[in-house]
Design a protein around this ligand. Sequence first.
Ligand code: ATR
Length: 270
Amino acid sequence: MDNYLVFGNPIAQSKSPLIHQMFAEQTQQAITYTKSQPEEAEFKASVATFINNGGKGANVTAPFKEQAIQLCEHLTERANMAGAVNTLSFRDGKVYGDNTDGIGLVNDLKSHQVQLTNKSILLMGAGGAARGVILPLLAENPARIVIVNRTVEKAKLLATRFNDEKLSAIGYSETAETTFDVIINATSASLSANLPDLSPKCITEKTVCYDMVYGAELSLFLTWCAEHKARQVIDGLGMLVGQAAESFYIWRKVRPEQTQVLAKLRSQLQ
Ligand code: ATR
């Protein structure tokens, strides 16, 4: 039996154990997957203990994703550019780090038949959540990705980091000037029931709006997008399952089927 877990603080709310349990049953993999909530200063020691006890891999969530980078002897390019690790693998006495958040988002958009190639994407937010998805989005060859952030300087800095001419940065006041095919909310505004200062003019009846958060109710942002006649609004539950599926694949080399897992989680949302 191989052991995995997720590190986070708080972690009680995490759906990862349930998701990985369902993946394991479905693919007949003999694993355990539990939760760990170390204090911030104890994260590295907790990972070391888990490795010493034979742990094979771990997911990492807030607030440890950035710290986790320092533990890794090998980092994928997507994790390096994300500046964050959400998947650790322990093999041959080494620690490998990856970030599957971006591919989780891209795959979820694709599963909703949302085209990204040659499309114009607005990415809201310039924190860790936004940074984590930029490289996988660029890999889909969009026409452009515009980062919009309350603190414009932070968006500009983030855009520069990727050194890609398709990437640019603006402030919210400029969102009245262009329309977008896809708008992705990677701000933490939904968590505090706030609405970013986006202009409704950047939404058309062709625009797909995505919020990385999820819940039983549509987020304030997605409700607002629907009111402004967006073509489609999608919450982040599929991204959650998608990033987990990619972690599972990294660890087990088996791709789990996601539709039923997603439906089960959806039915349990409250
Ligand atoms: P995370 O790791 O979840 O991305 P973060 O690094 O704290 O969290 O970043 C939060 C992001 O949400 C930031 O881009 C923040 O904007 P600022 O950089 O200007 O602070 C954005 N954000 C939070 N609340 C917001 C709000 N009410 N309106 C618009 N953007 C908001």
